[in-house]
Design a protein around this ligand. Structure first.
Ligand code: ZN
Length: 629
């Protein structure tokens, strides 16, 4: 009994050890010989890889398999063969336990008689295992087959088992020492069971559903297996890593010269619709109608005149509008645009509801230097410039519902902004960061609050009369657009949009529409540098004032001072040069890609850049004078 206890303890610890080792093996090693999907993979990929390998084969020094070898590989990896082998291992394990049990229970002569039969069965099973290895060696070659180091141990155990069985059958008068070795060794053979059981577990857990990314990764892994050039293998590893970690569209590490780009980009972290023909109709008549409707709403005449002339003009002066409208510019703009695009009919509401809603929205904007109601009005109005003047309505075949979503998203996109960045909120453990788990904190907060305004205030509920499905689509679209204003996702999202715009199956009016609507709102949010320098400069001073206020707070709280937030070191002109180069130019060149009407405005970026370049020295002097004070 003591030997039995010892044996089972040995078995348990061996199992644990082996499972740990299995766990530490790389996935590709396991995949290389155990992947049951290989059959289909090879079927799908062999044509492609053959083509791919035609030219570079010599260069890559590849070991390619013959058709026969591939067929055998597929056969070995097939589910039926694998399961048969596993079943045989199970039988083998039972056999070993029977042998050990009988040895304990029977007397020596009785056991010797039985053990001859059992040994012959064991011999038969071991021969099958040897054959399996031999076929594997033929199909993959020695180097490739034993790339999985565990197979060496596997082979060794089987060969030694074979030796012991033959030894036993040839000479039954074994010494006691040999018997002890044999007993221990039998348990070692359980190793086979564990190894094959692991294969079985993988077989049963592998899902038949896979994404294109998974297929690509598998294809690349396969390719890696047949390539012998080390540098190429490293390249493939790089590809697998980027696909597997969803980093295809992430910007690489930028060098020192591009630190500014990193600052901008990481700021927040430290079916087809109907064609719309609204504005191209009888404009004079429409103008009269709009004017008449606004007169009913008691809109100040001068505001109405400005909106009428400039509602889709990039160069409208938002500060002047705000002054003219007594701080109600956003409300009037939205009332005007709702009328212009017949959106009252889409939402089945009266203008007074829209008025109440945007009154609430306006109230929600805090008196920040930059992120305030004027910025909201400016962004909504720039969205309208892209919709109308740049013909996004026509190119994207936007219907009234889409237009409403873009305009509302622009108007609400910074609602309740505290004048602090996501980074600050996260670093200072602000309640908003805790609520939204540090993920696009403000961009989650803004739309959330704006939907709450509607549903907690019946008079201001612009969504109330929408059929539920329509409401859901509108809500989803608005949230998507506001989330797109998070600078943390700027580079990756822009890269994807660029690749979509360049794709042969690009559909601005179909599957790509929402992505473009997102970009329209995001680009409007960073559009200051596309405008008249005088207005742009005012925005710049405002945004930096807000950043510097945050920097002062960070200094006070002992938090790291965010990029651009240090009033003693930030050169306003240099900061804008970086902003234009790394954020605004790439964004609007993408816009230009699908809205060619933007082209004449694009040159404003260079004109404004030249103006900031002239001012770099001036701001340097300013900084120097502050530092000496
Ligand atoms: Zn904004």
């Amino acid at each position: 009994m003591t030997t039995h206890n010892y044996s089972s303890q040995f078995l348990i610890s061996y199992q644990q050890l082996h499972f740990n080792m299995l766990a530490s093996r790389s996935d590709s090693q396991l995949r290389s010989l155990e992947n049951p999907d290989k059959q289909t993979m090879r079927g799908e990929s062999s044509k492609r890889s053959d083509k791919l390998l035609e030219i570079p084969r010599k260069k890559l020094n590849m070991r390619l398999y013959t058709e026969q070898e591939q067929k055998i590989q597929d056969l070995i990896n097939s589910k039926s063969i694998t399961i048969s082998i596993i079943a045989l291992v199970g039988i083998y394990a039972i056999l070993i336990f029977v042998i050990v049990a009988l040895e304990e229970l029977m007397d020596e002569t009785e056991f010797n008689n039985v053990s001859i039969i059992l040994s012959w069965i064991e011999l038969g099973i071991l021969i099958v295992f040897i054959l399996e290895i031999a076929v594997g060696l033929y199909a993959w070659g020695v180097m490739k087959y034993y790339k999985d180091k565990w197979l060496i141990l596997d082979t060794l155990i089987i060969l030694l088992s074979l030796f012991f069985v033959i030894f036993e059958l040839a000479d039954q008068k074994t010494s006691n020492v040999v018997k002890v070795i044999q007993a221990v060794f039998r348990f070692l053979r359980i190793f086979l069971l564990i190894r094959k059981a692991q294969t079985f577990r993988r077989l049963s857990t592998i899902s038949t559903i896979s994404t294109p990314a998974e297929k690509i990764v598998r294809f690349l892994s396969e390719l890696k297996e047949v390539i012998e050039l080390e540098s190429m293998k490293l390249d493939i590893d790089y590809c697998i890593d980027k696909i597997g970690n969803n980093q295809l569209y992430q910007m690489g590490k930028l060098d020192e010269d591009n630190a500014e780009a990193m600052g901008w980009l990481n700021q927040s972290q430290q079916g087809k619709s109907s064609v719309r023909k609204i504005v191209t109709g009888d404009q004079q008549q429409q103008q009269k109608k709009v004017l008449a409707n606004f007169q009913k709403l008691n809109i100040p005449k001068r505001v109405l005149e400005v909106l009428d002339k400039q509602h889709d003009d990039l160069y409208i002066d938002p500060f002047e509008c705000d002054k003219l409208s007594g701080g109600e510019g956003l409300i009037y703009l939205m009332l005007f645009l709702f009328e212009n695009y017949n959106l009252y009919d889409v939402f089945l509401i009266k203008p007074k509801v829209v008025r109440s809603y945007f009154e609430e929205v306006t109230k929600g904007y805090q008196d920040n230097p930059y992120h305030n109601r004027v910025h909201a009005q400016d962004v909504a109005q720039t969205c309208n410039f892209l919709l109308n003047r740049c013909k996004f309505i026509e190119i994207g075949q936007l219907d009234e519902q889409d237009i409403a979503c873009v305009l509302i998203a622009g108007a609400i996109h910074d609602y309740g902004h505290p004048g602090l960045t996501n980074a600050f909120l996260i670093n200072s453990k602000n309640e908003l960061a805790l609520t939204y788990n540090d993920q696009s904190v403000l961009e989650m907060f803004h739309p959330s609050q704006c939907f709450k305004i509607a549903w907690t205030n019946q008079k201001a509920n612009i969504f109330e009369n929408l059929p539920f499905q329509k409401y859901r689509r509108i809500r989803e679209s608005i949230i998507s657009m506001v989330l797109s204003t998070d600078m943390a996702h700027h580079a990756s999202e822009l890269a994807i949009t660029n690749s979509r715009v360049a794709a042969p199956d690009f559909e601005p009016y179909g599957k790509d529409k929402q992505r473009l609507m997102d970009l329209v709102v995001h680009s409007s949010d960073v559009s200051n540098p596309t405008k008249n320098f005088e207005i742009y400069k005012q925005w710049t001073e405002k945004v930096l004032t807000e950043f510097w206020q945050q920097g002062d707070k960070e200094r006070e709280l002992g938090l790291p001072i965010s990029y651009l937030c240090n009033r003693y070191t930030t050169n306003m002109a240099e900061a804008q040069l970086g902003f234009i180069d790394y954020v605004v130019k790439p964004t609007f060149s993408c816009i230009q890609g699908f809205l060619p009407a933007f082209e004449p405005y694009f040159e404003n970026l260079d004109k404004n850049k030249a103006k900031w370049q002239e001012l770099v020295g001036y701001y340097k002097q300013q900084l120097a004078s502050i530092q000496t004070q």
